[in-house]
Design a binder for this molecule. Structure first.
Ligand code: MN
Length: 288
């Protein structure tokens, strides 16, 4: 199932070129009072929501996909984890351009581990990316994103895939500079998630997905998730050695070679096998 969020917090099922408005299915979610849970309750109750979606779908309205504003498929992730340099050709590229990367921690993922991006940086495709420091280089990084479905700690390899709710495409936007990754990659709008969540029962082999990213029609990144240095299973195992994974947590799996700059006015399009296309506009921002 392809589940999207659109317009003013509506829930939809994507079916070809249309969206079926199943917002009514959100009724199954528990009422929350303060203090609010620190995880996403829709993903926590995904099975119950999906069951209700099946009930309400026959009587639900259909909208053309290109007339809705797509939001982040996960509204309230507790954390956004991300893998740095996780494709060997991107590692070589980063080393060759070390001045651009300010010689900043261009090491293998096995030594660096993971980093966190602020949840406040999360947007959906319709919101676009807003460049905050236009005098610096701001790069696109297309990445397969894993959405955690179940609470987990110290996962065994054979348990890892069972705690995945589904997959999205992501942009791990980056301002280049000497500062920590978590600062440069947590700027408002620098984590794009979309265009919808493809549940793990529909996308069963995330370990071999072709994907590409283009800017203004020019293909910049073209890779396959089979070339990840640390694959999805081992990323989940590794993350769970440090953090309790919670429903709705997001894991950016790393970007391949072809990373390059974008400026205001550019249009980024990603296309992931098994997920689909996502269009993201780059807006202008404030002066650096
Ligand atoms: Mn990245």
């Amino acid at each position: 199932m392809k589940l999207c969020r659109f317009d003013a917090g509506r829930l939809g099922v994507v079916d070809g070129d249309s969206v079926i408005d199943v917002t009514q299915a959100l009724d199954v979610l528990p009422r929350c009072t303060y203090p609010l849970p620190r995880h996403d309750i829709l993903i926590e109750h995904l099975e119950a929501v999906r069951s209700r979606v099946s009930d309400v779908m026959p009587s639900s309205e259909r909208r053309a996909l290109n007339t809705v504003r797509l939001l982040s498929p996960v509204a309230n992730p507790g954390k956004i984890m991300a893998a740095p340099v996780n494709y060997s050709k991107h590692l070589a590229e980063a080393r060759a351009e070390s001045a651009i990367h300010h010689d900043n921690r261009i090491e293998e993922i096995r030594r660096v581990g993971l980093f966190l991006k602020a949840t406040s940086s999360l947007v959906g495709p319709s919101e676009g990316v807003t460049i905050a420091h236009p005098k610096r280089r701001n790069d696109h990084e297309a990445e397969l994103v894993v959405v955690i479905g179940k609470r987990a700690r110290n996962l065994a390899r054979e348990e890892a895939m069972a705690c995945v709710a589904g997959y999205c495409s992501g942009l791990d936007m980056t301002t280049r500079g000497p500062e920590e990754r978590s600062l440069r990659k947590s700027i408002d709008s620098y984590s794009v998630l979309g265009p919808w969540l493809v549940t793990s029962d529909e996308l069963t082999n995330p370990h071999s997905l072709e994907f590409r990213l283009s800017v203004n029609g020019e293909v910049r990144q073209h890779a396959n998730t089979r070339d990840l240095i640390i694959g999805i299973v081992d990323l989940l195992v590794f993350a769970s050695m440090f953090y309790t994974l919670e429903p709705g947590d997001i894991l950016f799996t790393g970007t391949p070679e072809g990373v390059g700059p974008v400026i205001a006015g550019d249009i980024i399009v990603t296309d992931f096998e098994g997920i689909g296309g996502m269009t993201v506009v780059v807006h202008g921002g404030h002066l650096a």
